[in-house]
Write a protein that binds this ligand. Sequence first.
Ligand SMILES: [Ca+2]
Length: 350
Amino acid sequence: MNWDTLNAGSYTPKNETVALTMQVPYEQGIRVGSIMEGWFIPPETTAYRFYFACDDYCRLEMNNETSGNSTYAPVLIDNLRYTNYRDWWETSGSYKKISQWMNLTKDEPYYMKAHHLDGTGSDHFAAAVEINSTAMPGHHHSMKEIQYIKLEPAQQFDTTRITITDIDSGAFILVFKNPNDLKNTMSSSMNADCSANTMRSRIRAYHARNRYIRAEPSVNKTCYDVDGNVTTSSSACVKAVYYIKVKKLLNSDSASSISVVKSTTKANIVVDLPKDVQQSAKPLGGRVRIKCVNNAGAVAYTRDMDYWQGSNYMALIISYDCPGFQDVLELYDTTDYSYVQNGRSWLIRF
Ligand SMILES: [Ca+2]
């Protein structure tokens, strides 16, 4: 990218204006470019760093000496890959979008110059600043705290019990009937003395593929000896109890019937369905809104959002609907839940 060509005035400027913020309007046209010049005057003596998001290419220069000199400005950020609009945290690509921390002095003017070029499609660019001081409310990271928000239904999962006595090493299959589509699905063959992990691998295709479930099951097995005590010895095991748990909250039982089809086993195999063991709690659903209180104490609410919306969308809606929250927060999904139906939780960093 030869920014000097743009600097040299090879093109007649279409528009020249005073800008109140270091950003240009969204979607100005195709193959547009902009140059912005100005001074950054720090409100406190502390460390600062700058963020630069653009589409398609941008460069930010700054003189970080307290001279106010506008003839010397080394490159602070060179961003030669487009980002989403004001997406300061875009991490793809190898170009720098965040500057190093710099110690700047209160009330000194620091010269800044921004260059921007668009190839085609969307276009935008904007700069942001982060201030490493907790004494200035309202700035990004000024609170140095992370909030945790959670939406969680009861974590009660659909559970089936299979009890095997007169255990031998012969084979059987299970046939699952789904209560929604009434289809029968056969498991793979397993032995009457199989491990929990083997049973899980033989049945999982049904839970993973049935469109009303689409979740992984877990299986655990407990063995009992002739006295009815729990044993870990397979030779002493005269009764094996398996619990099959679907790890996603469901709107209906995972199976309305489960038939046992024995091929070579003579074992006694009894199935207890979720309706008799444990039915799923109601999955998370509906819509959610977030209450926000800004530094001035003003209370606002976001519009309703679907419970499954991604964290980028939710962060955007908070910035639209919560006055004073634009550019001062980051919102992340946690890894607390394997499925959105089980719950949602977010970390909000101010
Ligand atoms: Ca573009």
